[in-house]
Write a protein that binds this ligand. Structure first.
Ligand SMILES: COc1nc(N(C)C)ncc1-n1nc2c(c1C(C)C)[C@H](c1ccc(C#N)cc1)N(c1cc(Cl)c[nH]c1=O)C2=O
Length: 100
């Protein structure tokens, strides 16, 4: 799945500029910059989920985000880290790929 997503999303090396609502989430997770690699965006989104404890205490691969800005972006109430398609859909809509 991830290889498929990469063909649609920027390559690991290229830089992306998150749109305002995604950028707010990345800054809430401790990001200082406004331009990222895809890997950095995933890192900060992960940090955000862990910091706000959005994961299910029992089923720890589940993320509950219905009452969180992340849920508004992902347009789902919850998702499993094992089925990341909502994440990639959201990133396609909320990242601008920079040519340099
Ligand atoms: C609830 O999740 C976890 N809970 C625990 N507990 C002990 C409770 N430990 C690890 C994880 N965990 N597993 C994975 C990830 C995490 C943390 C960093 C959220 C990351 C990840 C998942 C979702 C987003 C978004 N929005 C961003 C990064 N991730 C990845 C998912 C994808 Cl699609 C690409 N790269 C990844 O690292 C995984 O597989």
């Amino acid at each position: 799945a991830s290889s498929q997503a990469c063909r649609i999303l920027p390559t690991e090396a290229s830089h992306v500029q998150p749109k305002a609502s995604l950028l707010k989430i990345l800054h809430a997770a401790g990001a200082k910059e406004d331009i990222f690699t895809l890997k950095e965006v995933m890192h900060y989104l992960g940090q955000y989920i862990m910091l706000k404890q959005l994961y299910d205490q029992q089923k720890q691969h589940l993320v509950h985000c219905e009452d969180d800005p992340l849920g508004d972006l992902l347009e789902v109430e919850s998702f499993s880290v094992k089925n990341p398609s909502p994440i990639y859909e959201m990133l396609k809509k909320n990242l601008t790929v920079l040519s340099f």
